[in-house]
Design a protein around this ligand. Structure first.
Ligand SMILES: Nc1ncnc2c1ncn2[C@@H]1O[C@H](COP(=O)(O)OP(=O)(O)O)[C@@H](O)[C@H]1O
Ligand SMILES: [Mg+2]
Length: 316
């Protein structure tokens, strides 16, 4: 979805943030279009939270600028806050409050008039699938439900842009899938969503675009499909042998198609690059050398593999 005005949802220019001597963010140029479901990916300590806190006006840049919906996050902080919903990576919920009371409280914080507040509370509860839990105490909700309630809370003033800091972390797979389905629904409603994660595969089917940061620097920005289907396509195989592991490693290491060999729970994880490199190549190398191959199975090579390659290149 493109906006009528052509103003991006987020635009940063040489955005930097220091903590003492430490550069948490360094000259970040990030652009997120309206309507994007944008993945913000990086390992722990990469600078995701710092970036999201600057975009949501809770932290000021040390250098450079950040604009949210065309407004500067420092000079226009007040207006920015009214048009975004920020869900921190850790937020306290009021365990002794009821679901309805809690949302009504936040609606009041945004000074929504009573009638509109009631309507919005009903709508967001419906959206996150908690209508039946209106009267429940928050402390009695499951972790997944509490997380969805946190999402409902940041939707109460109908923001255009959502900044979600690792909203799926600590959730079980089912709760995670539920959360992702809600985010897709929100995107269909026209919201722009930025979601951070250090678990790369969880964003792969969800997001249309992504940025990868490492040590405060942007190392990739573009379509998430572009990452997967780049020229450096990688296949990963799980290989198990009866014996002769050292010999197998030695043989594999000599092959230009083999880009990585790692131990993996009684097996080897072998990454291959190049269009011709596949399982039959591996089996012919190993069986051809007289090794007893007990298992050869292709694994899903996701963003992880690409990410590892990209970050390795960056940090070497
Ligand atoms: N308030 C702070 N004071 C000092 N260092 C901080 C502070 N906040 C973050 N950092 C440091 O900045 C870096 C980036 O942190 P953060 O943005 O939280 O990363 P991420 O969210 O990607 O895990 C880390 O090295 C972290 O220790
Ligand atoms: Mg973080």
């Amino acid at each position: 979805m493109s906006s009528a005005t052509g103003i991006p949802a987020v635009q940063t220019r040489s955005l930097s943030r220091d903590f003492g001597d430490m550069k948490a963010l360094y000259a970040l140029d990030l652009r997120v279009e309206r309507g994007d479901l944008f993945g913000f990916i990086g390992s722990n300590g990469a600078g995701k939270t710092t970036t999201l806190r600057i975009l949501s006006t809770f932290l000021t840049p040390s250098e450079g600028q950040a604009e949210v919906l065309g407004m500067d996050v420092v000079r226009g902080a007040e207006q920015v806050r009214h048009r975004i919903g920020y869900m921190p990576d850790f937020f306290g919920v009021y365990k002794d409050m009821e679901v309805l009371e809690y949302l009504d409280f936040f609606g009041a914080c945004y000074r929504l008039p009573t009638a509109r507040r009631e309507r919005m509370v009903g709508e967001v509860l419906e959206l996150v699938g908690l209508s039946a839990k209106k009267g429940a105490l928050i402390g009695a909700l499951s972790r997944g439900m509490q997380q969805r309630l946190g999402l409902a809370r940041v939707l109460i003033h109908d923001p255009e842009l959502l900044l979600l800091d690792e909203p799926a972390s600590g959730l079980d797979p089912r709760a995670r899938i539920e959360m992702m389905a809600i985010l897709q629904e929100l995107q269909k409603m026209g919201k722009t969503i930025i979601i951070s994660s250090h678990i790369l595969s969880e964003l792969q089917t969800l997001c249309n675009r992504c940025a990868i940061i490492e040590r405060g620097r942007l190392i990739y920005s573009g379509p998430i499909r572009g990452v997967r289907l780049g020229p450096e396509q990688i296949r990963v195989y799980r290989v198990r042998l009866r014996d002769g592991w050292d010999r197998a490693r030695e043989l594999l290491r000599q092959r230009p198609e083999v880009s990585a060999i790692e131990p993996a729970e009684g097996a080897l994880r072998v990454s291959l690059t190049g269009p011709e490199a596949d399982g039959s190549l591996l089996s012919s190398i190993l069986v051809g050398a007289g090794l007893a191959l007990q298992e050869l199975r292709e694994e899903e090579a996701g963003l992880e593999e690409v990410f590892l390659r990209v970050t390795r290149g960056e940090t070497q």
